[in-house]
Design a binder for this molecule. Structure first.
Ligand code: GLN
Length: 538
């Protein structure tokens, strides 16, 4: 291995072993937070070993929420954690999939870039992965790049990624690359013991692929003894201080503080020959965690959607409520309601008791009617309401049917030939046939009407928010809506597309075509969520 040649950007890789869903994304984001709090410029990236170009074409049941960046990348939900923890925007380059890597290599092959060569996993695929890792460092723009490798060590799909870590460490030398491996230490109730063998095996597997981890983070339900840390250190060739426990905590936002207690940041800075002199500035973060753990009151919000069985499907919404709750000194209890189970007969019973109702984003016909009933219930009973994307479109359909008396008003996503298409396909979408990456994606400007609820929340006229949709409010109906009491209070300044609808006579009824949940962070809770929670508190 080459010696300590210093490159301007340092690289930390986070791999996982033993089981999936251990929270690699949270550990990666926590490491990022700690280094950032010590004054380092950090960026963070996810490498996903699946062949989809992006998760935009994956079912939320399969993969959880699809997160969207400002520049319109449809990404893994871990990018949401990164943005929420680090309070920085991420971009296309921060999300890499095997699909994107192969697509690039294959199109280069067709172009003739490799003329005469056999195109292979090593070096062509690995070089392309490497290029994408080095790209996010921006040639010295970031002090540290944290790269999380999706999947579990030993998976066939993740082999080229681990090979890249091996190569980069060799090429850059020790002192420039550090590897953190996250594993599970299961508790066997019958034996009354925590078991470290799976961790040992997982590290062996990583070693077989040529990578020695520098630090181990062990997920566990119970405290690890000193002896246990010593044993893991001995079997896995790491210092005892580099064996860190990640015990279950009440909120993911506590994880950076637990890592800090065990000096994981200092361990990594030492490995990277970076100074740990600057003390971590985490006062705001600690205050936030304190507010979550010591709420003064509780507010209950009904989240009406159709992917409610999998909490990850609405990850950013749930997290936005946590941020907004902390800002309002309250706990937001989010109760999921499956929209397909809501009927005329039971709507009162299902939604009674909620202080606020949120109708979620979504696609397709299933559960549509239940969502319309939820919007109607909120409107008629003056219950604070927020509709996001499809949720906003639902509020529009409901208003058309029940206030404008256009009883067969619909979205043309559901009924192609509706006599009253109050929600219709955007003009630019009309010729599109391919499904992947073709929605209206990413941030667009929006101009708010002074005096509206949205304006009060944001405190300014010009905003920019992220989108992911094909359908829009049909402006042919706007005058009728406004006359009857539903106003368009936010527009795209260039196209006139309606971005926000409100009912001014209602306590708080706001539907947004964009996704505020993608831009709420710990340090900057989203103003609409903050005001929605405030209104729900009454
Ligand atoms: N299905 C709707 C559209 O495409 C809403 C999308 C969403 O909620 N993200 O416009």
């Amino acid at each position: 291995m080459k010696s300590n040649k210093t490159t301007s950007t340092k690289y930390i890789f986070v791999t996982g072993g033993v089981a999936s869903s251990l929270g690699k994304g949270i550990i990666s984001a926590s490491i990022g937070k700690l280094l950032q709090s010590r004054g380092y410029k950090v960026t963070i990236q996810k490498l996903d070993p699946y062949i989809n170009i992006d998760p935009g074409t994956l079912n939320p049941y399969e993969h959880g929420e699809c997160f969207v960046t400002q520049d319109g990348a449809e990404t893994d939900l871990d990018l949401g954690h990164y943005e929420r923890f680090l309070d920085i925007p991420l971009f296309q380059a921060n999300s890499v999939t095997t699909g994107k890597v192969y697509q690039e290599v294959i199109s280069k092959e067709r172009r003739g870039d490799y003329l005469g060569k056999t195109v292979q996993v090593i070096p062509h695929i690995t070089d392309e992965i490497k290029r994408r890792i080095l790209l996010v460092g921006g040639r010295g723009k970031a002090d540290v790049v944290i790269t999380e490798i999706g999947g579990t060590v030993g998976d066939i799909e993740s082999l080229p990624y681990i090979e890249v870590v091996r190569q980069l460490r060799y090429e850059m030398g020790t002192g420039n690359v550090a590897v953190v491996h996250l594993t599970l230490v299961p508790y066997l109730a019958a034996a009354g013991e925590l078991k470290t063998k799976p961790t040992q095996h997982s590290v062996k597997m990583l070693l077989e692929e040529g990578v020695q981890p520098d630090a181990l983070v062990l997920r566990t339900e119970r405290k690890l003894s000193d002896d246990m840390r010593r044993k893991v250190a001995l079997f896995c060739n790491v210092d005892k201080d580099s064996v860190v426990e990640s015990i279950d905590v009440s909120t993911i936002y506590e994880v950076p503080l637990r890592m800090l207690d065990q000096k994981l940041d200092i361990t990594l800075l030492n490995k990277l020959n970076l100074s740990a002199e600057q003390k971590p500035a985490l006062d705001d973060w600690r205050k936030f965690v304190y507010s979550i753990q010591n709420p003064k009151r509780t507010v209950t919000i009904g989240l009406v959607g159709k992917y409610v069985e999998l909490p990850d499907a609405y990850k950013s919404i749930i997290e936005s409520f946590i941020h907004a709750g902390a800002r309002n000194d309250c706990k937001v209890k989010v109760v999921s309601v499956h929209s397909a189970t809501v009927t005329e007969e039971n709507v009162k019973e299902k939604l009674n008791g909620f202080q606020g109702i949120l109708v979620a984003p979504g696609f397709g016909e299933r559960g549509f009617h239940g969502k319309v009933l939820a919007a109607q219930y909120a409107r008629e009973n003056n219950v604070p309401f927020m509709g996001i994307c499809l949720g906003m479109q639902i509020a529009v359909v409901e208003f058309a049917r029940n206030v404008l008396n256009l009883c067969d008003a619909h979205s043309t996503e559901m009924v192609h030939s509706s006599p009253h298409p109050v929600i219709d396909l955007m003009e630019k979408q009309k010729g599109i046939t391919e499904k992947g990456g073709t929605m209206r994606l990413g941030a667009y400007p929006c101009k708010l009407e002074k005096g509206s609820k949205a304006y009060v929340a944001y405190g300014r006229v010009e905003i920019s928010e992220r989108h992911r949709h094909r359908y829009e409010f049909n402006n042919a109906y706007l005058a009728a809506f406004e006359k009857a009491g539903m106003k368009a209070t936010g527009h795209n300044p260039e196209t006139g597309l309606v971005e926000i609808v409100e009912i001014p006579a209602h306590k708080w009824f706001v539907g947004v075509q964009f996704h505020p949940e993608y831009s709420s962070t710990v340090l900057h809770p989203h103003p609409l969520f903050v005001d929605f929670v405030r209104a729900s508190l009454g």
